[in-house]
Ligand binder design. Structure first.
Ligand code: MCA
Ligand code: AMP
Length: 505
């Protein structure tokens, strides 16, 4: 059914053009050819429909990255379900919130987590899928008869996915993304980054966040390109793939680690057309180091879960380090003061944006959506930016209290709430401190009311509540937190005081 707005139809059309070309390749094994994409996703969509899940209902997943996981995502689109992927690092306590909020009809988890998740599932059906694509869901698919499926018709604004993003208040919000949000962004990027019919993409990002799931996967599928599928980021494995690939998308940590590898040279990267970085600021030193070693100028772009890709350095024009380029075609961007008045070009202010990529709001939180929208439909990103006379944007800071470590967003408030609840802790302030590998690392400054409570007791108290990547890498005890005249903790001062904490690593 090609006259609806179901995003899957774009991929199906591209697959028809790609024919026998490999779609998903793992190591030396072709795991799926484009010619088999429709059949493979149809079988899985039939299985999901047979479970009784209806279009518009949510399918929530916390599974390891696998080919089966990719197929399940595509099958969910075909079945008209709303796909809700979750970071595999989330604890049962965190999952409890997401399940309660998303109210899924189907939950898919690793078999090892089934016992912990089943009691949280309410009315949802719980199925399992492991890293090798085995589990009760795989068994169900194997039993499902028939190899065709009529892709469910979707209107442009119908939801394709809900992606959770934490908030400054410590409560996660589900960003509702429609079929048209995702399709329009992918189509624009395909042109902007000059996607080529013979491109081969190295895919080493997780597929529970927008970068790996949408930006990377959608572009490859839309282009009928071969995906060299990596279950995790391993520097040696990426270097080995460079000579048979053309595009890599990664977070800055990928490029820091690659640039440190002795085999990253202009020779090993000669077949590569494009290195793209995003999700966190790429240091100018990493950009320069990478260019010296490979001759490639990394293309940095900027985006958000709520809006997909927003700005990008140009493909042909100058890729300027320290900037994120220009608003993508169709995206309007302006830099404003706190009242929403545009500031002079070149002056810093909060970046506000509008376009077909902008989400449908936060799931079940219309008040939160309203808080971040201007009356004329612009979304307040919370990023501090400058825009020069030509429209080139640089992200120069954050108005929101956010840490980005290894491309993963961490909201200090959530960690502070957990720390403050630990017996013996009086109060805490969580900050991001420059880290050579992760960009920023989480550090907690803690004021105790009971000095007998040490670092390990505090960290083990929050272990089961917060995903590992959110847990502080260092704890520093203080007698008091620095505050301004209004009583607000001076995080900028704390960040300055501890800026060198990881410098020697
Ligand atoms: C792993 N650990 C981390 C992180 N990743 N700690 C802080 N920040 C992280 N990002 C911890 C683990 O819990 C573990 O702790 C230790 O570090 C080593 O774990 P390991 O799995 O070996 O780490 P890794 O494989 O080396 O992973 C680092 C990574 C990975 C490759 C940078 O985190 C990654 O793939 N990040 C990409 C995230 C991403 O997709 N972001 C895009 C979001 P311990 O040893 O103590 O147990 S989408 C987005 O931001 C927007 C929309 C956009 O613009 O794209
Ligand atoms: P997320 O919450 O995962 O959607 O992450 C979105 C945030 O990541 C943005 O609001 C920015 O703060 C940050 N971000 C993404 N790309 C870049 C970039 N190229 N430079 C600086 N910050 C970025």
């Amino acid at each position: 059914m090609s006259d609806t707005a179901n995003l899957y139809d774009l991929f199906s059309n591209a697959a028809a053009r790609a024919g026998d070309k490999p779609c998903l390749v793992e190591g030396s094994e072709i795991r799926l050819a484009y010619a088999d994409l429709d059949m493979a996703t149809a079988r899985r969509a039939r299985a999901l429909a047979a479970l009784g899940a209806k279009p518009g209902e949510r399918i929530l997943l916390q599974v390891e990255k696998s080919i089966e996981n990719v197929l399940l995502y595509l099958a969910s689109l075909r079945a008209g379900l709303v796909y809700v992927p979750l970071n595999t690092a989330y604890t049962a306590a965190e999952l409890d919130y997401f399940i309660g909020d998303a109210e899924p009809a189907i939950i898919v988890c690793d078999p090892a987590k089934e016992a912990a998740i089943a009691p949280l599932a309410d009315d949802a059906k719980v199925l399992t899928l492991d890293a090798d694509g085995q589990g009760s869901l795989a068994a169900l698919i194997a039993e499902t008869e028939g190899e065709d499926f009529e892709t469910v018709a979707r209107a442009p604004d119908d939801l394709a996915a809900i992606l959770y993003t934490s908030g400054t208040t410590g409560v996660s919000k589900g960003a509702m993304l429609s079929h048209d949000n995702l399709a329009s962004n992918a189509l624009v990027l395909k042109d902007y980054w000059r996607w080529q019919p013979d491109d081969v993409l190295i895919h080493a990002l997780p597929i529970y966040h927008l970068h790996g799931l949408f930006v990377a996967l959608h572009l490859a599928l839309l282009g009928g390109s071969t995906v060299r599928f990596h279950r995790s980021f391993d520097t040696d494995a990426i270097i080995a793939d460079l000579p048979r690939s053309t595009v890599l998308m990664g977070v800055p940590t990928f490029y820091v680690r690659l640039a440190d590898h002795p085999e990253l040279t202009s020779g090993t990267s000669a077949n590569m057309r494009l290195f793209i970085s995003g999700s966190a600021p790429l240091l100018e030193s990493t950009f320069a180091d990478f260019e010296t070693k490979t001759g490639h100028r990394i293309l940095e772009r900027y985006g958000m879960t709520e809006a997909g890709m927003i700005t990008s350095n140009p493909y042909d024009g100058d890729r300027v380090p320290g900037t994120v380029g220009f608003p993508l075609p169709g995206v309007s961007a302006r830099v404003c003061d706190e009242r929403g008045e545009e500031v002079e070009r070149g002056e810093p202010g909060v970046l506000e944006i509008k376009g077909p990529n902008l989400f449908q709001g936060y799931w079940k939180k219309p008040d939160k959506t309203e808080e971040e929208m201007r009356p004329d439909g612009y979304f307040v990103t919370g990023d501090i930016a400058t825009m020069d006379a030509d429209g080139r944007v640089a992200i120069v800071g954050r108005a929101k209290d956010l840490i980005i470590a290894g491309g993963l967003n961490i909201y200090p408030k959530e960690i502070e709430l957990a720390l403050d609840a630990v017996p013996g802790v009086f109060e805490s302030a969580v900050i991001g401190v420059p880290h050579p590998d992760l960009g920023e690392a989480v550090v907690a400054i803690i004021v105790r009311e009971d000095e007998a409570v040490g670092e390990s007791a505090i960290l083990s108290a929050i272990e089961t509540q917060l995903a590992r990547f959110k847990q502080p890498r260092r704890v520093i005890f203080a007698n008091a937190l620095p505050r301004n005249a209004m009583g607000k903790v001076q995080k900028a001062k704390l960040r300055e005081d501890h800026a060198e904490l990881f410098a020697a690593q």
